[in-house]
Each structure stands twice: as structure tokens, then as C-alpha cells.
Design a protein around this ligand. Sequence first.
Ligand code: AMP
Length: 460
Amino acid sequence: MASDSFSSLSLPAAQIENLNSLGYSKMTPIQAQSLPHILNGKDLIAKAKTGSGKTAAFGVGLLNTIKPRFFGVQALILCPTRELADQVGKEIRKLARFVPNIKCVMLCGGKPLGPQIGSLEHGAHIVIGTPGRVQDHLRKGTLKLGDLKTLVLDEADRMLDMGFAEVMQDIISQTPKSRQTLLFSATYPDTIKQMSQSIQRNPITVTVESEHKPNVIEQLFYEVKKHQRNTSLLALFEHYKPQSTVVFCHTKKQCDEVANFLRCHRIEALAIHGDLEQRERDQVLVRFANNSCSVLVATDVAARGLDIKSLQAVINYELPRDPEIYVHRIGRTGRAGETGMALSLFTEAEAVRINAIEKYQKKPCICDVPESLDRDPGFSLEPNMITIQLDAGRKNKLRPGDILGALTGDAGLNGSQIGKIDIFDMSSYVAVERTALRQAMNYLAQGKIKGRAIRARKIT
Ligand code: AMP
């Protein structure tokens, strides 16, 4: 069996020391399985999720080949979203501490081009970015990939789901054939297999077992008539009363419709899908994370990779065709030793999907009908927190303490009435108890934070 100590690898002593100082005393399973191959220069397909230590797996690998004295882009990491790219960038910078002067440049959409071009002109060793923006720079000639040694596709399945296949092909076609290609993906559908065949050479495949232990997630399946999906969904809420839930749907339209339906039935739900602008998406996630909304209705694409807190329930409004996606979805509940519920609706025509899940999980699925559930018709899920948005953020040097200080000081709120505070570049969000909303808004309409009046509105 491979050793799980970093010192078993041929890494510079300074990197081993750096890893120790980061508290990485031994390799995680994905690192132990993949690093020997990566350091050997092999192409790799790794089936691993966020949380497995995958960033350090490819990060330690690619850093080993960087020549600091040569100022050309030697490694490119493509990520599906800005959030993931930011996380990856932070981790890579930590891992790069053992060599002075390694330059990482972030190229993500939604940010101005000018400063990115400036950073590239100063010379970059490692580029981390989202496909669209990386392609923009290649078109402009501000980014050149002719000296690339390592290409990483992080959450490759998600990039494909988001429709980046052609953009990725275009980017890859501008890199040397001799490059090492490391493909990380949470799932392994045919589209990934095909992509691997076209861009990788004899890749080694490594898989780490999914983190959730069996039985922590209670899985139940409900057979419904096609036109009864909505009422059956409501029955699930009125019976199980989960306090934090993601409902998975197939299409964006379905997400909007289901979220509307739930809201009409006193269940505060928000849809999240690829049509939302970054700002709207941030708002939805903030409201879910700060407990002013307890149900997210999401497509797979929108939900994957999001750092969603532990959920009491995952509900499949429709079952996915691929059992692997089902397992991936339900893995969002029952984390960290808590028990979770995975509830799924299916029609007679979709029963084959149940069979596929049974085969995949090697155990029978427990099926029932929603009519058997006791319902509490008075049930409502209107959270007791509500979010206020402030038109000032990091760029205005606003900090959580400033907001907390203003609301508990001059506005007279009790600290316990204030929830999570999130600061973005240009705006901030603070959750307050509904009962304290008027008091907070009255103050914000007239009072000041850090000496200036800041526009505030509640988000509903
Ligand atoms: P990732 O899956 O790359 O998002 O990593 C999940 C978390 O694990 C990150 O916060 C890393 O800093 C941390 N991590 C990565 N490798 C190790 C390790 N060998 N030992 C302890 N923590 C690690």
C-alpha cells in the first residue's frame, strides 16, 4: 500500500516543511493515490469532490514543475465558477509559499479586464480562471499558452454541464501537445470519457470513495402521478418539516415554477439556476446561508460546487437518469455525522431510474405513495430572519464589525437579533430577526455607518 506521508514523495524539503506548516501532516486518500502519478508526469483522471484535498493534489504536482526564473505561463487551472477559482487560487498560493516569487494570476469573468492584462504583462507562472475569460485573453493575445506544462480541469463535469465544451477545446488547442493534463471531476459520465479520450494520453484513473457513510442518509421514494408532483412535494414538506432543504429540478423553468408554487404555500423558497446573474446568485446563497430562506430549488449545475451548509433534506422533484448524479445530490445531506433525508418523487414511467439506483447502490429502494403521509396543513416555513442589503462593501472599507456596531449601538438592536453578515465588493448583507426589521430599517434610513449614510433595503 502506498505510504500516506508527503515525505515518501520526491518533493523538495522546503515543500514538505511548507505542507507541515499548513498542518497537512499526511496525504488525504486522493493525494496518496494521485500524487505519485502526477509527479511522474502522467495524465490523470481523478474522481474526487471538493473537500477531498484535490486542490493540493494537483497544486503540489504542478508546482513541482514550475521554473520560477522563466516568466511564462507554465500551468493553467480551469474552474467552472469564480467562487471555485477563488478557493483554488487561495490554496495554490499557500502551497507555493515554499518558493519565492511564484506568480499566480486569476482570470475570472465578472471582473474588469484591465488589471488582469496588467498582471499578465508582469509575467505569470500560474493562471487560474474560468473558461470564458481565459478564452477572451487568448483572443486578445494578452495570454499565451505556448509554454504550458500542466493543464488542470477542475470540476470538469460541471464545466461541461455549463456548456463550456467548445470554449475548453479552443483553449486546449492553443496549448502544447506535450502538456500534462489533469482532469478532476465529481462524476464520470460519457461526456467526460469522450473529452478525456480527445485530450489526454493514457491517463491513470483514480477514485476516492464518497465521503458519506451508508445509512446516515435515509432514502425514501414516492410514486406520484405526473400532474401531482407539486401537491406531493407539498405533502413531503408538511409531513417531514425539514428546516433546510435543496429541491433538485431538471430545468431552469421548473426551478422557477416549483419555487413559486412553494412560496404560494407559505414555504419560503428561492430558485437558483444558470440564468441568474452573479449578483442574484450571490443574494440567493447569502439568504440561504443566513437562514432567511430555508428552501433552495436548484438545477444540478447550479448546486454543484456550492458550499452549502449541511442540509436536513434533499428532495428530488424528478429523479436523474444517471444514478451517480442521484448519489451525488443526496450526498449534500447527512454530512458530518448528522442524519439526513433524501426524498424522491418518481412517476411510473421513471421506475427504471429506481432500478438503476438500486443496482448502483446494491440495495433495494424503499418506495411508498405520498397519500400515506400524515400532513400538517398549517405548516409554514417562513424563517424568522430577513436579509437587509446595504449599498456599500469591501471597496468602501466596510467590515462586519461596522455593521454590527451600528445596529447594536445607535440602532439599539440586541446582538442576538442579528445574524450572519456577508460583505461583498460593492454591497453587504446582514440578517436580522423579523421582529427587529423595522427598528433596523428606521435607523438605516436616517443613521450612519462609519460616518456615512448607506442605502439599505430588505430583500424579499
Ligand atoms: P479541497 O478538496 O481541495 O477543496 O480541500 C479541502 C480542504 O482540505 C482544504 O481546506 C485544504 O486546505 C485541506 N487539505 C488539503 N490537503 C490536506 C492534507 N493533506 N491534510 C489536511 N488538510 C488538507
